[in-house]
Design a protein around this ligand. Sequence first.
Ligand code: MEV
Length: 313
Amino acid sequence: MPAFSSSAPGKIILFGEHAVVYGRPAVAVPVTEVSAKVTLTPNPRGQPGELKISAPEIGLEAMLADLPAENPLARAIRLTASALKVSHIPAAGLRIKSNIPVASGLGSGAAVTVALMRSLSAFLGQTLPDERVSALAYEVEKIHHGTPSGIDNAVITYACPVYFIKNKPLVRLKPGRPFTIIIGDTGIASPTAVAVGDVRKAWQAAHDHYEALFDSAGAMADSARKAIENGNIELIGPLMDANHGLLRKIGVSCSELDRLVLAAREAGAWGAKLSGGGRGGNMIALASPDRADKIARSLLEAGAARVIVTDVS
Ligand code: MEV
């Protein structure tokens, strides 16, 4: 039996993070410069069900049976097997390799889950349709994020730009013109579940105020969708700046994110904002392709731990 591998990209939220948890629209795109890869290699000498998992980047080496049921990898494996009606997975080694930084807003958890579900179904001789992969990955996202909107699993499963509203059919976006995004990493790990949980507490304490902020973020995501589809790239930058202002009011920015956002704008970006859960992790900037290197250098000088340049097309 051969080995089975599958990869999934990272992602960034262009517009609408946090508000999307409360039913407002958001826009996200895949980031193919980083990815998670999962390989299953059969072990003909092992007993059925014996699955040895190794993820060197996070220092994990364990048998499936020894992982707690609420471990995201264990949950992803069991959900896939049960969706495919397989009671005993043949013995195998399962290796996870990922260069997506963890807890940084780039969707590392969802990418590992999606790659794992696809490689495991291929290993079991079956195919899970994208819709199913995304729905099952959403269940695992609940372990990572508490009350996720589902946007991360959706954009990573379909690996294309998306316009997303929770519990509504996904809209695949076709940009009217390609555009360039520079991603700057603060280097500060910030679990999304914590930021999402804090926003929930703030929303409960000041419901109307937060609802108004989420409404504004949703309206920006709607305007951005039109601008992207019509190829009016120059309209997207100011919307990003405005969305960053809202995210600051929502309470999820931090001085390191604000510093990188400012550095990108000063270096000639058309707009910049934090991306994902916030409180650390990544920010994004929009610029003409010939400015991307200059902005990347400025971000590094302003303290970014690393920079990725990606084209959305
Ligand atoms: C995380 O990538 C985006 C958040 O809006 C959480 C979610 O949508 O599940 C912060």
